[in-house]
Design a protein around this ligand. Structure first.
Ligand code: HEC
Ligand code: HEC
Ligand code: HEC
Ligand code: HEC
Length: 370
């Protein structure tokens, strides 16, 4: 039975293959493609291949196999876009090859170069944004005033979530809340990457308890906060080297519910808290990030595939130099959020993904298309 079914299908399969084969080998008709583009695509992509509005990709000089694969992906619903899905359903394979041949053979577009966008990394933007914090949190996030938390080397996701907690009143500290009004999540990521890369300096504030008595009490804490309080989890704060008075007040704030969080242990006595704080305050700390990351370091990763002239026989790699910035941002978010499947694309689950996406998009958008 099964064999029979296969037999019946075989001719169909062969025909389908032959059809594809033919479409591939037949020379595409650039003039027919141009007429098609003028009638159906130019309203959005221009006849020169320039997207007419932010968020619409430039198609000029784009790799033809990539353009073709994109159209197929829209048609099959693997890339989601209602208008393009409807449109591609109307096009034959031949018409797709023609219109793609037209756009891919157009000359590359000129980009307006914005030098500032080329050179400013999230790290540098963060450094500039944290100037206003230095009066309390110290240069580079190493605070000196007793009771004031250091931010140097802190874990980035925790940093952002702490800012959000102040901003939304889940931590009731009005000085911080007023400081933070007007910051958006991308600004916060910039600051997070800057502080995470700073070397923490051990605090010299007076001890509040007995470190030796505190050490055994921290056995229950290490599973989350790391050995000796150096966290390796972006959501969990590093405690090592933090100011002892601040640690005391932070631990108590969970107990007293002025900070609300469901995972923290908060059943210690005042003396135990003082001893725990003394232990952590005297531990050697370590920065969450190894060092400042420039935009060019980030893009070096991408250029392994996307640099002009790189050809890969196994996959169609799009050109991204000179592409529309808003479109690049949309595309990268789509990969990150799993809305645009690609077997290899982009591990964007970094703590600073929005900041990095925006910087990398600016970098490529402001380079000449090639
Ligand atoms: C109504 C506006 C509109 C029209 C008309 C339109 N497009 Fe698009 N096109 C878009 C937008 C918006 C995107 C980006 C969608 C996304 O984010 O995936 C896009 C994406 C594409 C892409 C993917 C490019 C890339 O870099 O991944 C291709 C290829 C494409 N369009 C080809 C065409 C062709 C060929 C036509 C005409 C047959 C056409 N489009 C008509 C708006 C349009
Ligand atoms: C006027 C002094 C002051 C300024 C300026 C200030 N902060 Fe704070 N910040 C504090 C105090 C006090 C705390 C501790 C509050 C608490 O106990 O929850 C704090 C706590 C924090 C925390 C939580 C630390 C932790 O380990 O949980 C973060 C993150 C933070 N500040 C970031 C910032 C940033 C970013 C800026 C600049 C935009 C800034 N602060 C400016 C006084 C300040
Ligand atoms: C199940 C994981 C977990 C355990 C166990 C745990 N913590 Fe935490 N701790 C966290 C997380 C997550 C946060 C961040 C909470 C927030 O966002 O307010 C935190 C926050 C803190 C803070 C605030 C740091 C700052 O910079 O403001 C201190 C202090 C702290 N923990 C101490 C301890 C101590 C001491 C213990 C052991 C008695 C402990 N924690 C056990 C997960 C844990
Ligand atoms: C291993 C090779 C490889 C690396 C490394 C790589 N890419 Fe890609 N990239 C691809 C391929 C292949 C596609 C096409 C995937 C698809 O069909 O959606 C793509 C697609 C894209 C697109 C969509 C372009 C468009 O026109 O829609 C953008 C934007 C992009 N990559 C940016 C980046 C950035 C930024 C980095 C570095 C953080 C990067 N890529 C690293 C191979 C790579």
């Amino acid at each position: 039975m099964r064999q029979l079914a296969l037999f019946a299908l075989l001719p169909l399969l062969l025909v389908a293959c032959a059809d594809q084969q033919e479409a591939k080998t037949a020379q595409p008709d650039v003039n027919a493609g141009k007429a098609m583009a003028a009638a159906h695509c130019a309203g959005c992509h221009g006849l020169d291949g320039r997207g007419i509005a932010p968020g619409i990709p430039h198609l000029a000089a784009q790799v033809d196999e990539y353009l073709f694969a994109s159209l197929v992906a829209y048609r099959e619903g693997k890339r989601i876009h209602a208008a393009l899905r409807d449109m591609t359903k109307q096009l034959s394979t031949k018409e797709m090859h023609d219109v793609v041949a037209f756009y891919s053979t157009l000359p590359p577009l000129e980009a307006k170069t914005d030098k500032k966008a080329l050179t400013l990394s999230p790290y540098e933007k963060g450094k500039a944004a944290t100037k206003v914090c230095a009066s309390c949190h110290g240069e580079d996030g190493n605070a000196t005033e007793p009771g004031m938390p250091s931010l140097a080397g802190q874990q980035p996701r925790y940093f952002v979530s702490a800012l959000m907690a102040y901003l939304h009143g889940r931590r009731n500290i009005s000085t911080m809340e007023t400081m933070l009004r007007g910051l958006n999540p991308v600004d916060m990521e910039h600051m997070a990457i800057y502080y995470a890369s700073q070397t923490p300096v051990r605090r010299g504030s007076p001890a509040v308890g007995d470190p030796a008595a505190g050490e055994p009490l921290t056995a229950r804490c290490g599973g989350c906060h790391g050995a000796h309080g150096v966290s390796h989890d972006a959501m969990t704060p590093t405690l090592a080297g933090q100011d002892a008075q601040y640690l005391v007040s932070a631990i108590k704030s969970y107990r007293d519910q002025t900070r609300v969080h469901d995972v923290m242990l908060d059943d210690n006595t005042d003396q135990e808290i003082a001893d725990i704080a003394a232990f952590y305050a005297t531990q050697e700390s370590k920065a969450a990030e190894s060092g400042p990351v420039t935009v060019h370091e980030l893009s070096a990763k991408c250029d392994r595939c996307h640099a002009p002239g790189i050809e890969n026989p196994t996959m169609a790699i799009p050109k991204i130099h000179g592409q529309n910035r808003d479109y690049l941002i949309r595309a990268l978010r789509a990969y990150r959020d799993g809305k645009r499947g690609s077997s290899l694309m982009h591990n964007m689950s970094l703590p600073y993904n929005e900041a990095i996406i925006e910087s990398v998009a600016s970098l490529y958008a402001n380079q000449d298309a090639r």
